[in-house]
Ligand binder design. Sequence first.
Ligand SMILES: [Ca+2]
Length: 153
Amino acid sequence: MYPCIFPFLQQIVCNGNRCFTVYEFTSNIAFEAALAFCRDKGDNFNLATIFSEEENEIIHGFGDGVIFNLRRSVSTGDFGEYSPSPGTWETQTYFNWDPNGNQGAPGGTEDCAVIWLNSAGKWHDLVCTMELVNRAACLEIKPKENGNGGGGK
Ligand SMILES: [Ca+2]
């Protein structure tokens, strides 16, 4: 299970129909707990995928030290892949590794990723089961509206 969240109002920032919120917990969490926490919010919710610099900046804007949806590929051993739905993994194409410290390099045992602390939004790889940060980025994918001329507000 995951620890409690701090009960302050969470801001939501959207990129099109992809709406992001970062939750801060009362203790540090690891990848699987973050994934479970976000998915428990509903069918359209997931641990956040990051597909662009714009989305990275949205999440980084909530603060440093954030778990998101990326792990080393089980099949290739390289970074990486994300899980769009339980049990499903797809190939990641956007990356923003910290150039210092061999982050995201092939091999090793650091198979998950975070927007690291004091890293200006850059990513670090870390061991998936390690509890090193207390924030997770969740994503809600809003249903797309059909263009019928409605207000869409
Ligand atoms: Ca690392």
